[in-house]
Design a binder for this molecule. Structure first.
Ligand code: NI
Length: 181
């Protein structure tokens, strides 16, 4: 339907706890869901959460085929996940450099749980129940954090492991990729 402006860190709206979706219907699909898909595609994101486009609803979208922002990530099927619930399946974590459309130009080293189970509903109201690990788990945890008003810089354990993408690339800390985002 439309590419929306992505709210940026500092905007208090991103700190709100999003509301549960009450009704999954054509209005939702044609409206916020389509706007999220369009915006994620335009921004070349691995995922997006409804609050990032100014909608306080518990909806996240994620998916990676080959994403220049994350060249080493394994593919993740495009998923629209509504009212997500997450269960951590291990205490083991893994740290990776993470970015966010709401924190442009920056990356931080974020530890995330290695293996999770997530559930919820797709855009047709059908139940989703998936076990995920690695980057797949990471992207879901990152997006669901948005629904609880949490941005990735708050998840960085060592505050020195945060910086501008270009500087981190120039220093060889993050591999250079052909993208402007
Ligand atoms: Ni994000």
């Amino acid at each position: 339907m439309a590419v929306k402006a992505v709210l940026k860190i500092g905007n208090p709206f991103l700190r709100k706890i999003a509301d549960s979706v009450e009704t999954i219907d054509q209005t939702l699909r044609d409206g916020v869901v389509q706007d999220m898909l369009d915006t994620m595609a335009a921004e070349n994101g691995a995922g997006i959460a409804a609050p990032q486009i100014g909608i306080s609803l518990r909806i996240v979208i994620f998916g990676i085929e080959t994403n220049p922002r994350y060249p080493d990530a394994e593919p993740v099927p495009l998923t629209i996940l509504i009212n997500p619930k997450i269960q951590l399946l291990t205490t083991e974590t893994e740290s990776l450099w993470e970015g966010c459309l709401s924190v442009p130009e920056y990356r931080g080293l974020v530890p995330r749980c290695k293996r999770i189970h997530y559930s919820g509903f797709n855009e047709m109201g059908e139940p989703i129940s998936v076990e995920a690990e690695g980057f797949h788990a990471r992207v879901v945890l990152h997006e669901v954090d948005h629904l609880d008003g949490i941005l990735f810089p708050e998840r960085i354990e060592d505050p020195s492991q945060f910086g501008m993408l270009k500087e981190l690339e120039d220093a060889g800390i993050i591999p250079k990729v052909a993208t402007k985002k």
